[in-house]
Design a protein around this ligand. Structure first.
Ligand code: ASP
Ligand code: ASP
Length: 402
């Protein structure tokens, strides 16, 4: 007898184990009923529809005592029988509420961080999502997002498949639509797919055709929700709270996506003030400012780096996204950046307990002489990406419950 496995497979809830005769038994919850299979090498041996009570009795009979006890609780039953028949996509940062962040993401990322620091902890984490499969499908370059997802999956015991340069090395080059591609890929039954794409709005369209959880790994200038999750976790772990903080965003607020995603998340906390510092050519878009007005989040816009730094609890600096603008503006930006650069000198204007963040890669906008200052949190922030993505992968590959 083995410990049962309980997971989502192609939109269906599956419970499987070996019985005392070491025969494979499996239940699939389909169309509101439990189907019972034995010996799938010669598939569909019984295929009987079970009622909830029958399924519970069956499970209790064949599986371990611990599991039987667990199953007797109302919570476990809810888990088994009340899942929603839809994949847990991660499409934009504002889909997450404060409760998810505080009750799940922060605690779980924290727990993972502690376990990852010990060999025994790493070994136990490797059992968490064993044999599940992650596909990373990237149409745009990435170092951190892709590799941290892949490491996260491996540390959870998952298998990883990757298309690193999907724009060139997939059928996209032959003109296949991203929607068709995702239909095919999700049909190969990975447990989750991470996609990065340069086109605004495409990930929502792809999600409609994906029968497995689709994670937005960065989409044009629109969003980078998993970056926002690791950013907000970093703020929480460095500052111990988020309510009431003044967060200064600087650099390229127009073409960057990370500031948008993080601002959406921060607007869910109380008494947060946002300050946007940029050259007029790189100002934050009206849609996000309208959102802040609607939610009554205080914000201001300025071109003065030092005035902004003085009031900051958190400084979030970004690079100019040259790949997303006209060549003329990209050239012009070289001059502009020098006015929007932070180094040791500028750090003097920051509070002693403030932190300096950056989604990376950084170019000239943060000078390397800032790296040794303990307030520079960008490398700790990047490391948090691993823990947060591990917590997220566990969540997306679990069945959704009511
Ligand atoms: N462009 C970024 C990089 O260097 C992508 C990311 O990390 O999200 O990796
Ligand atoms: N790595 C982040 C992103 O992919 C920030 C950047 O590339 O500047 O959006």
């Amino acid at each position: 007898m083995t410990t049962p496995r309980f997971y989502m497979y192609q939109n269906e809830l599956v419970l499987e184990a070996l019985n005392e005769k070491d025969r494979y038994v499996c239940f699939i919850f389909r169309f509101g009923k439990w189907l019972h299979y034995e010996n799938v090498i010669d598939p569909v041996v019984t295929g009987t529809h079970l009622t909830e009570t029958e399924a519970t009795a069956w499970l209790a009979q064949i599986w371990s005592r611990d599991f039987r006890q667990e199953l007797s609780t109302a919570e476990a039953k809810r888990k088994l029988f009340c899942w929603k028949n839809k994949p847990r996509h991660v499409l934009r940062s504002q889909q997450f509420d404060r409760e998810f962040l505080e009750k799940y993401l922060f605690c779980e990322s924290n727990r993972i961080q502690v376990l990852m620091a010990q060999r025994g902890g790493r070994e136990s984490l490797r059992q968490t999502c064993r044999h599940r499969i992650l596909l990373t499908h990237f149409y745009e370059p990435s170092t951190r997002t892709r590799l941290s997802f892949e490491f996260a999956a491996l540390h959870l015991g998952m298998h990883v498949l990757t298309t690193e340069n999907a724009a060139e090395f997939s059928s996209a080059i032959k003109g296949e639509s991203a929607e068709d591609t995702i239909r095919i890929l999700s049909g190969y039954h990975p447990d989750a797919i991470v996609v990065r794409h340069k086109q605004d709005g495409i990930i929502d369209r792809m999600a409609r055709f994906s029968s497995v959880p689709l994670i937005n790994g960065g989409e044009g200038t629109v969003q980078h929700p998993t970056q926002a999750l690791l950013d907000v976790y970093t703020i929480f772990s460095e500052k111990k709270q988020i309510d009431g903080l003044t967060v200064v965003f600087g650099g390229d607020l127009k073409y960057g996506r990370t500031v948008r995603s993080l601002a959406y998340l921060l607007s869910k906390f109380d008494g947060v003030k946002l300050v946007f510092v940029s050259h007029p050519a790189f100002k934050m878009g009206e849609d996000l400012k309208d959102h802040l007005r609607e939610r009554k989040v205080e914000f201001e816009e300025t071109e003065s780096v030092n005035n902004a730094l003085r009031q900051a609890d958190v400084v979030y600096w970004t690079r100019v996204q040259k790949e997303r603008m006209s060549e003329d503006l990209a050239k012009e930006s070289e001059k502009i950046i020098s006015r929007f650069t932070i180094g040791r000198e500028e750090l003097r204007n920051m509070k002693q307990d403030a932190i300096l963040m950056h989604p990376l890669p950084r170019l000239r906008e943060i000078r390397s002489d800032a790296d040794l200052d303990p307030r520079s949190a960008y490398f700790r922030q990047a490391e948090n990406g691993l823990y947060v993505r591990m917590a997220l992968l566990q969540w997306v590959t679990e069945p959704e419950i009511d």
